[in-house]
Ligand binder design. Structure first.
Ligand SMILES: C[S@@+](CC[C@H](N)C(=O)[O-])C[C@H]1O[C@@H](n2cnc3c(N)ncnc32)[C@H](O)[C@@H]1O
Length: 324
C-alpha cells in the first residue's frame, strides 16, 4: 500500500469509525493521515497489520500518552522499535460481552438446553449469555432480565423494539469456542491487551470488560486453537447429544479471506440440525446481504441461518428487528 492509500485508510477510520466514539482516536487518525514520517513506518506493515485500531492499541500497550496527536506522534516515532513487534505479534481481538444483548433475543427462541459454539471467540466473553444481566429499553420502559442466581456484575443495556424483548435467559448445558489465537481471561498479558483494545474515552466498556473477565475466569471454558473451517466440524461433533447446538460468531468473518468464508458458509449450510447465528457487517455474508430490506447504515446485521433478523449496534447497544 502506498503512503497515500494508508493516509486514506486512516482518514476514513477517523471520520467514519472514531468520530463520535473516541475523540483521541479521531484526532490520531486524522493526524496520521497528514504525517509522512508516521505513514512511512506504517505503510510497510503487512495487510491488516496497518489497521489504525491495531497500531494505536499496540502503542498504548507500551505506554503511548492518550493526549494530543503531537505528543502521540513524538512518542510513537521514538518507541517504534518496541511497538512494531507488538503490532506483528498481536491482532485486534476485541471481546465485547455487550454483544450478548443482541444474541439473547434469538437464543431465547430456541427450545431446550443449548450447546453453544462460538467461532472467533477471542477470550470467550460472549459464551456466558446466561451469566449476565440485561436491561432492555423499550421506549420509556426498561425490562430487566437477570440470571437465575440473581443480578450479575455485568449489566448489559440495549435499546430494543417491544416485540423482540427476549423471554428469558437460556439454559446453557455446554459451551466451547474456536479461535486462531485464543486469549485467556486468566492471563495478565492477554487481559492487558484486551483492555488496550477498548478505545480511549470508553470507560464504561472497560469496566464491563473487567467484570466479564472475572466471570469468565470463574468458569474456564475450553477455546480450541484453530481456524474456523478446520475446527467447526470437530466442535459440533463434541457437543452433547441432548442439547440443541447453536454456532454463532460476531465481528469475525470480516477477518477471514473470501475463499475460507465461502467454505465456512457451505459447512454451516450442510448442518440443518445446527442453528447458525451470524452478527457481522452487512456485506460479509452475500445471502444475508441480498435479503436486507435496506442498507444497514452503521449497524451490524444479525441473521439466523442466513435469514436477517435485526440491525444491531456494533457493541450490542441496540436491536431493531427486520420485517421483510
Ligand atoms: C474482533 S474479534 C471478535 C471476538 C468476539 N467474537 C466478540 O464479538 O467479542 C475477532 C476474533 O476472530 C478471530 N478469528 C479471526 N479469523 C479467524 C479464523 N479464521 N478462525 C478462527 N478465529 C478467527 C480472531 O483471532 C479474533 O479473536
Amino acid at each position: 500500500m502506498t503512503n497515500e492509500r494508508v493516509a486514506d485508510f486512516y482518514r476514513r477510520f477517523a471520520l467514519r469509525e472514531a468520530r463520535g466514539q473516541s475523540t483521541t482516536y479521531e484526532a490520531w487518525g486524522l493526524g496520521v493521515a497528514e504525517d509522512p514520517a508516521v505513514l512511512a513506518r506504517i505503510a510497510p506493515l503487512p495487510g491488516m497489520k496497518k489497521q489504525p485500531n491495531l497500531v494505536f492499541a499496540a502503542a498504548r500497550f507500551h505506554g503511548a500518552p492518550e493526549s494530543t496527536y503531537d505528543e502521540f506522534r513524538s512518542w510513537l516515532l521514538e518507541h517504534w522499535d518496541q511497538v512494531e513487534p507488538t503490532i506483528l505479534a498481536r491482532s485486534t481481538q476485541t471481546n465485547e460481552a455487550g454483544r450478548c444483548a443482541v444474541l439473547l433475543p434469538v437464543l431465547s427462541r430456541f427450545e431446550g438446553p443449548l450447546a453453544l459454539i462460538e467461532v472467533g471467540a477471542s477470550a470467550g466473553l460472549c459464551l456466558h449469555p446466561d451469566r449476565y444481566s440485561y436491561r432492555y429499553a423499550v421506549g420509556e420502559q426498561t425490562v430487566a432480565l437477570d440470571p437465575v442466581a440473581g443480578p450479575s456484575p455485568v449489566v448489559l443495556p440495549c435499546r430494543i423494539d417491544g416485540g423482540s424483548v427476549p423471554r428469558g435467559l437460556p439454559d446453557v448445558r455446554w459451551r466451547t469456542g474456536i479461535d486462531l489465537e485464543p486469549l485467556s481471561p486468566d492471563d495478565p498479558g492477554d487481559r492487558a491487551w484486551l483492555r488496550t483494545l477498548v478505545w480511549p474515552g470508553q470507560e464504561e466498556r472497560r469496566q464491563r470488560l473487567d467484570a466479564a473477565l472475572r466471570i469468565a475466569s470463574d468458569e474456564t471454558v475450553h477455546i480450541r486453537s484453530g481456524d474456523l473451517v478446520d475446527s467447526i466440524g470437530h466442535a459440533i461433533a463434541d457437543a452433547p447429544s441432548d442439547a440443541h447446538v447453536v454456532v454463532f460468531h460476531s465481528a469475525v468473518l470480516v477477518y477471514v479471506d473470501e475463499d475460507r468464508r465461502r467454505r465456512f458458509e457451505a459447512l454451516m449450510r450442510s448442518r440443518p440440525d445446527v442453528s447458525w447465528i451470524s452478527n457481522e457487517g452487512e456485506r460479509v455474508l452475500p445471502r444475508v446481504a441480498e435479503r436486507l430490506p435496506r442498507p444497514a447504515g452503521g449497524s451490524a446485521v444479525l441473521a439466523v441461518d442466513e435469514e436477517p433478523v435485526a440491525f444491531v449496534g456494533p457493541h450490542g447497544q441496540s436491536y431493531e428487528s427486520i420485517v421483510r
